[in-house]
Design a protein around this ligand. Structure first.
Ligand code: IMP
Length: 440
């Protein structure tokens, strides 16, 4: 049995979806190595995972990226927050493309994103540049014990539980609306936001949840049985380590634990991974606000953005782009215990005659080679780069490591050397087959 964890090593958008799909596909015909479960454990529809199969592109926000493999059980775990409207949209979108999603299981413990969470995020999320999907407020309510779980809307017989849902709403809604009106009355007016009535919320949510109620279950028990059975399990991270609420660049982070620690609380099982695969791009990107030491606000950053199509899958926002920061990647490796790294989008760098790698920061007239956890320190850090010659040739059709240009191999080697972890997968394009596999 092998438990794989695929975790973002940067600020999200690293290309985790492709790696999940790839590993699931790689072993599809091998009974012993076949992945039987793919489980998501954190985040919500702030994520945007793109999977390219042949000429078809699939974008998932809530559905795990193994969903296209119909014999693989895909789990939305306890630690995920769910907007039922979005989930139904995704299930129906896939169904119109011939996938029935019979292989989807949803945790009864997962918290719901409610309309007032989205309203609050719209008003409060500006500074951090959130995705505006209600993620932060949903997690806030979960921790404050004011959350509503899927299991409050669907009973143990997989029928709608209107009574419990209504009781919860009656308890929580007046409190939420009092806060919103008292604190943000003028903001609500300014944005023309009307607070939806309890009956409307009830009706709308029951309508949506009804469409997936049969998939709601105790996913923690399901995964526990899978573990006892010795099944291969792949755990899919969303966002990235630098967006982790505890380990990221706080407060410019998301509101869950995308890093390794989140797996235990977010699946409800002690799934200790045998392989922790950190996913990073060959450069760096960030969406939203917050410190980003290697950000390039010049034509090089612009070129990376254009070549890498660096626009958000969820919000369409242009991503901030820069050179790869191995100080940050080394930190992410420490936090998660990466055994190997998948380096994505190496082909995007083919354009450049010189490639830079941030290997230290300048701080207070000195040099540091660790990632500081205090924002006040990090904000004063300036990247110090080592330069490497580029390769300036198209590598998108290379499939074997040995066929990469020497300078591309040199760059990969330098990253491995600095981070101290082998790079087992190199992606040279969006398609599944545009991948160089070294370690499998
Ligand atoms: P929230 O998760 O919507 O609350 O947003 C908090 C911060 O995390 C913002 O800076 C977002 O841009 C960022 N963020 C959230 N999800 C993702 C993601 O999947 N990729 C990249 N950035 C993300």
């Amino acid at each position: 049995m092998t438990i794989y964890a695929i975790i973002g090593g940067q600020w999200g958008d690293e290309g985790k979806g492709k790696i999940v799909d790839l590993i699931t596909h790689l072993y599809a015909d091998n009974e012993e190595k076949k992945i039987k479960y793919v489980a998501r454990y954190a985040g919500g529809n702030n994520a945007g995972h793109t999977v390219q199969v042949g000429d078809d592109t699939y974008r998932f926000h809530l559905l795990p990226s193994g969903i296209l493999h119909e014999d693989v059980i895909n789990i939305i775990g306890d630690g995920v927050v769910i907007d039922p409207r979005v989930l139904v949209e995704e299930i129906e979108g896939l169904s119109s493309r011939g996938y029935r999603c019979d292989n989807l299981k949803i945790s009864e413990k997962a918290n719901l994103i409610m309309p007032y969470h989205i309203i609050l995020d719209t008003i409060e999320g500006g500074k951090v540049g959130t995705t505006g999907r209600g993620i932060g407020p949903a997690y806030t309510d979960k921790i404050a014990r004011h959350g509503i779980r899927i299991g409050d809307v669907v009973d143990e017989n997989n029928e709608l539980d209107e009574q419990t849902f209504r009781r919860k709403l009656e308890e929580i809604l007046p409190m939420k609306y009092k806060f919103l009106s008292n604190v943000y009355g003028s903001e609500l007016e300014k944005h023309g936001i009307k607070l939806p009535k309890l009956e409307d919320i009830l009706k709308e949510y029951l309508f949506h949840v009804d469409k997936f109620k049969d998939k709601v279950t105790d996913t923690s028990s399901l995964l526990c049985k899978a573990k006892e059975n010795g099944d291969n399990i792949l755990i899919e991270g969303a966002q990235g380590t630098m967006l982790d609420i505890d380990q990221g660049t706080y407060p410019y982070v998301t509101s869950s634990n995308p890093s390794l620690g989140g797996i235990f609380t977010g699946t409800g099982v002690s799934l200790v991974p045998d392989k922790v695969i950190g996913v990073c791009k060959a450069y760096a990107t960030r969406v939203g606000g917050g410190v980003f030491p290697t950000e390039l606000k010049d034509e090089i950053g612009e070129k990376i953005r254009e070549r890498g199509c660096e626009y958000g899958t969820t919000t369409g926002r242009p991503r901030r782009c820069g050179w790869l920061d191995v100080v940050a990647l080394k930190y992410a490796t420490r936090v998660n215990g990466f055994n190997e790294i998948a380096m994505m989008k190496l082909d995007v760098l083919s354009e450049f005659s010189t490639i830079k790698l941030c290997t230290k920061y300048e701080y207070n007239n000195g040099k540091i080679d660790y990632f500081p956890s205090r924002l006040s320190v990090l904000e004063k850090c300036r990247p110090l780069y080592e330069e490497f010659p580029g390769w300036q040739e198209d590598i998108s059709s290379v499939r074997n490591y040995g066929d990469l240009p020497e300078n591309a191999k040199g760059y990969v080697y330098e990253v491995e050397k600095f981070v101290g972890v082998p790079i087992s997968v190199i992606s040279v394009g969006a398609r599944r087959e545009q991948t160089i596999i070294r370690g499998y």
